[in-house]
Design a protein around this ligand. Structure first.
Ligand code: C5J
Length: 220
């Protein structure tokens, strides 16, 4: 398997253990009228990456490689929502409250669903997570082990929050992590740029980063 050209140095790709993790491409974060917008964010930045994320997903599917989707959401009784998370800041509506797309970030509500353009296939893992990181209070690691995955390509939103947190958690657990730089986005351009720098600094302290085209080249 060919290396993938990446920063800070080529990613030593091992196809048989490679999987794609698409973080939180949910209506509440990406679509106008959702939770992200109620927090004062310009969601059009996130919407702009959807075609690139779709290309990446399709590339993995065509190569017969695993695609995993995560959703940041909580149980309807909010038993997995710490007060500190619910009360943080001064949002006009809080997690669990009724919003324009159902209850905000609650499993089963329309806003918590993945946007239709990136809908998971029936056989793809969809992991609900109550935290920013996908390993916190979930069975993610068990799933990865069962699927035989050791190298993870990351896409989704937001770069510096749920994507970076999950990459850090995965890196600590021994997974090789590669961020698709044009298939991830933040509400804040400077935070995305800084997150990428943090990931690849010091010889790839959290992992690697490269555009989607380079990843797809290696899958063909
Ligand atoms: C945030 C996320 N930003 N998926 N969630 O609250 O990054």
């Amino acid at each position: 398997m060919m290396d993938i050209l990446a920063e800070p140095f080529p990613f030593p790709c091992e196809r048989e253990t490679l999987g794609l993790v698409v973080i939180d491409m949910q209506r509440d974060f990406v679509e106008p009228g959702g939770f992200g917008e109620t927090l004062g964010n310009d969601v059009s930045r996130l919407g702009a990456i959807v075609p690139t994320v779709a290309q990446l997903i399709n590339g993995f599917r065509a190569a017969g490689l695993a695609v995993i989707h995560t959703r940041e959401c909580h149980k309807p009784d909010l038993s997995d929502l710490p007060d500190a998370k619910r009360d943080r800041g001064a949002p006009s509506i809080r997690i669990g409250d009724p919003g324009p797309m159902g209850r905000i970030l609650v499993a089963g509500e329309p806003g918590a669903e993945i946007i239709p353009e990136l809908a998971p296939l029936p056989d793809e893992l969809v992991l609900d997570k109550p935290g920013k990181g996908a390993f916190c209070r979930t069975e993610f690691e068990t799933h990865l082990q069962k699927m035989g995955l050791k190298q993870l390509v990351f896409a989704g939103v937001t770069t510096e929050v749920c994507v970076q947190t999950t990459m850090r958690e995965a890196n600590d657990r021994g997974y090789d992590c590669l961020l698709a730089t044009d298939a991830t986005e933040s509400y804040f351009a400077e935070f995305k740029a800084a997150a990428i720098q943090m990931i690849i600094a010091q010889g790839g302290i959290v992992g690697w980063a490269t555009p989607t085209g380079r990843i797809l080249e290696a899958l063909n």
